[in-house]
Design a protein. Structure first.
Length: 189
């Protein structure tokens, strides 16, 4: 049977009376059945009442002509169920996808962590850029005032010497109070 080549899988072909006509797969053995024991039994006889009720709802939809795809998490496995109608019954394929579900959950967690790390990095970069911008705005006017004063001081002193009315030791933009000619010359620069 083809299902024997699929790991963690079970297939059951059932008739319109919900009697299993053919069955096989590794999951049957996990559940403690052999395909000879299963064939000829009703589907509801195979499972506990809670699982049988779930399966009965699924099978009734299949008998109405629907194709069903569902997942049924259990304590030790995560079943992916595909059920399709046939001419006089239906077929159910069950696969344990716990490993797939675990891998997807792990991948989702890793993606979430990498997204969080990337967002944290972007936030830190924005914080640093904002702090740098604020510091630049505070530093830049002070630096421009200081550099202007520094660049004007030698010229101011040179002009004051030419005018001759100012004392070189006191000739600075802040101390040039004596000579109006000194101030006029300073501000024309």
């Amino acid at each position: 049977m083809l299902v024997d080549n699929l790991p963690a899988c079970a297939v059951a072909l059932f008739d319109s009376n919900l009697r299993i006509v053919r069955a096989g797969g590794e999951l049957l053995e996990r559940w403690g059945f052999h395909h000879d024991e299963v064939e000829g039994r009703l589907l509801r006889e195979m499972f506990l009442p809670s699982k049988a009720a779930w399966l009965s709802g699924l099978v009734s939809k299949v008998m109405a002509g629907e194709t069903i795809r569902a997942e049924y998490p259990q304590e030790q496995m995560h079943l992916h169920v595909v059920a399709k109608p046939t001419n006089d019954g239906g077929v159910i394929l069950m696969r344990d996808i716990r490993d797939v579900a675990d891998a997807q959950a792990q991948r989702f967690t890793q993606e979430l962590r990498s997204t969080e790390a990337r967002k944290d990095g972007e936030i830190n970069l924005l914080k640093n850029q904002m702090a740098e911008r604020i510091l630049h705005e505070f530093r830049n006017p002070l630096a421009s005032v200081a550099s202007s004063a520094e660049s004007l001081s030698p010229v101011f002193l040179k002009r004051c010497r030419k005018i001759g009315g100012a004392n070189i030791s006191t000739a600075s933009p802040t101390k040039c109070t004596g000579s109006p000619a000194c101030w006029t010359t300073y501000w024309r620069l």
